[in-house]
Design a protein around this ligand. Structure first.
Ligand SMILES: O=C(O)CCC(=O)C(=O)O
Length: 284
């Protein structure tokens, strides 16, 4: 059921379109947040209640305990995470912000940034990047809903965005693992724009949105607790497969080919559930 009172106002929509991001309200209850945190623990413990593994096996710390863990399509493994990715209010918010008729899930990403204390190193960084660099196998304006499982501030490495950078066009390159500070001047030189950042400070249970061309990243977690979240990458429900793009090895391009789909076919079916309007429930 859509919680109408939480939807963005006309002013919020104008803000998103001008700045390429929007810090939304709290949408989740304490009780549901607890269930989400324990769902995350289950996935990281390799307990998959549906019997299906997530797409990417990064649910273990992988020897590098300071690195951010990113698990793609964790909702395949867990029904509580699935409940969150099917949240119709988030879908309706995304439709209003992006001006799309309907919204489907592109994929989710379970994120865990370990707390490293005051001596935290750049290992916990997410370098400045534009999501569209990885998503050129899809047409349309994709966007992301970032759902906080914990309060997030600069101190625990909240996401930061560069306001209005979605109007700068696509910047070639993969900066994902780079240090934030050293990248700033390089990006200023290559784009000709002044690099101004805005921290996406959120309370647990709240959601922020960013456009697929908005430059964003995050610094280390200087606390001794993890920063936990589920990121819902979203697409307009008419987004179509672009074959032979530079991102033809993206999970969703691979899934389309497995299904025998071709260039121009819409991403529809169980792998890309319809979040809004929710006239069909589908599952992997
Ligand atoms: O959580 C972060 O620090 C970065 C997340 C991100 O890159 C995204 O949501 O697109």
């Amino acid at each position: 059921m859509i919680q109408d009172e939480l939807l963005p106002t006309q002013q919020d929509i104008r803000f998103y379109r001008k700045n390429g991001y929007w810090l939304g309200p709290r949408i989740l209850s304490d009780e549901f947040l607890e269930r989400l945190r324990s769902a995350m623990d289950d996935v990281y413990a390799g307990k998959f209640e549906t019997g299906t593994e997530p797409w990417l096996g990064y649910w273990k710390a992988n020897g590098n305990s300071s690195a951010v863990r990113k698990t793609d399509n964790a909702h395949w493994a867990n029904n509580t995470l699935r409940e969150l990715v099917m949240n119709e209010t988030i879908g309706a918010m995304a439709a209003l912000l992006s001006g799309s008729r309907g919204i489907r899930l592109w994929h989710d990403q379970l994120l865990y940034k370990p707390g490293q204390g005051r001596k935290a190193q750049a290992g916990g960084n997410v370098g400045w990047h534009q999501d569209n660099n990885y998503w050129r196998c899809a047409s349309g304006e994709l966007l992301t809903a970032w759902v906080a499982f914990d309060d997030v501030t600069l101190n625990n490495g909240c996401m930061q965005v560069v306001p209005a950078s979605h109007k700068w066009g696509l910047i070639e390159g993969d900066f994902f693992n780079q240090d934030l500070e050293s990248m700033k001047s390089k990006l200023e030189d290559s784009t000709g724009h002044k690099f101004r950042t805005k921290p996406c400070t959120l309370k647990a249970g709240s959601v922020s949105f960013h456009h697929c061309l908005t430059i964003h990243g995050s610094g280390p977690n200087f606390t001794d607790k993890p920063r936990r979240s589920l990121v819902l990458h979203l697409m307009p429900d008419d987004a179509a497969y672009i074959a032979d793009s530079p991102n033809d090895n993206h999970m969703n391009a691979i899934l389309m080919r497995r299904l025998g789909r071709r260039n121009g076919d819409v991403f529809e079916g169980d792998f890309w559930p319809q979040m809004y309007p929710q006239n069909q429930m589908s599952g992997v």
